[in-house]
Design a protein around this ligand. Structure first.
Ligand code: MN
Length: 326
């Protein structure tokens, strides 16, 4: 992806002027957020800066392996008071960094992201949705600054690129993305480790959840809608949170006849999360928006203030409406 050198130069000159930098991604962290923040912190530390990474939320078990590459601040009271620059990666909304507003207000902010929804109105912003992952933007900085990438940094970046493309399966898997992934392998990225941990890993609790969830598969609307449910009680019995098996909705989506896949997750007796996936013409973001959530045409989600039974009824009804109107 081509980016004007002036924007990259502005960012690298801010890096040069800063002494202590805090690099932060978003809460509910994913592989791009974690991989890109750790990679950038390693690169800054390598060029003589004091660099910190913060992730003010629980790190999913599948990304815990990344912690060997950089220490992570997980509590607000551990934030470095002396930091003069905050680099926010992969985060379209300042509040989703989890940082206190006053902490951000006092410091130089750099905003690097590839989400269209990022308005780029805070700090020095570089937002470009031509990039498939923020990790790829870090690679453009690497090229501009002529930084050396060691195998640890390459592994962090590989985790970023694979996470945001669903391991090269999503439509953002571009020729450029493959070229960047190839460069990471040349620099010594441990691709096998990333695949084993971030993609293939399943805890016994997850398998327990999956086993129960698959028995709830139901079809609706002349088999165009498939639904899977995880009740709060089942999740508790399996010893994990109902939303810990992210890809479960894919089982419902996999059925060829199905146009809309629904996954209901009981987070507590009064709170249910819904994940929606669509193929073709149906726009499931309309369903999510009804319940105060959001997303894209093909993938959306929301959190409902209802128990599973009410949530099931409300979501199904709305899905049927959208299915008929689209
Ligand atoms: Mn991302």
């Amino acid at each position: 992806v081509k980016t004007s050198n002036s924007r990259l130069a502005e960012i690298t000159s801010l890096f040069e002027r800063a002494e202590k930098l805090l690099v932060v991604g978003h809460i509910a962290p994913d592989g791009d957020s974690l991989g890109s923040t750790m990679a950038l912190a390693r690169l800054l530390a390598q060029s003589g800066k004091e660099a910190h990474v913060a992730c003010l939320d629980r790190i999913p078990a599948r990304y815990e392996f990344l912690l060997r590459y950089y220490p992570v601040i997980t509590h607000v009271d551990e934030l470095p008071l002396a930091a003069d620059c905050i680099v926010i990666l992969d985060c379209g909304d300042l509040a989703r960094t989890g940082l206190p507003a006053h902490y951000v207000a006092e410091r130089q902010v750099i905003n690097i992201d590839h989400h269209v929804s990022n308005r780029g109105t805070w700090g020095l912003s570089w937002v470009d949705d031509a990039y498939s992952a923020t990790g790829q933007q870090i690679m453009s900085l690497v090229d501009h600054a002529a930084w050396q990438v060691d195998s640890g940094t390459a592994t962090c970046l590989y985790a970023s690129l694979t996470a945001d493309t669903g391991f090269f399966r999503h439509t953002n898997t571009t020729p450029e993305l493959f070229r960047d992934a190839a460069r990471l392998l040349e620099w010594g990225a441990d691709a096998r480790l990333v695949t084993e941990q971030a993609l293939e890993r399943r805890s016994l609790g997850e398998l327990c959840l999956l086993r129960h969830a698959l028995t709830t598969l139901s079809l609706h609307g002349a088999e165009k809608v498939a639904m899977i449910e995880v009740s709060y009680e089942v999740a508790e019995r399996c010893g994990i949170q109902a939303d810990e098996v992210e890809d479960m909705v894919d089982f419902a989506r996999a059925v060829p006849e199905v146009e809309v896949a629904i996954l209901l997750k009981g987070m507590s007796p009064q709170v249910t999360k819904v994940s929606l996936r669509a193929k073709g013409r149906v726009d499931v973001s309309k369903v999510a928006e009804t319940f105060g959530g959001g997303g894209h045409r093909a993938a959306a989600g929301a959190t409902l203030p209802y128990g599973l039974a009410v949530a099931r009824q409300e979501v199904l009804q709305r899905v049927m409406q959208v299915l008929k109107s689209d």
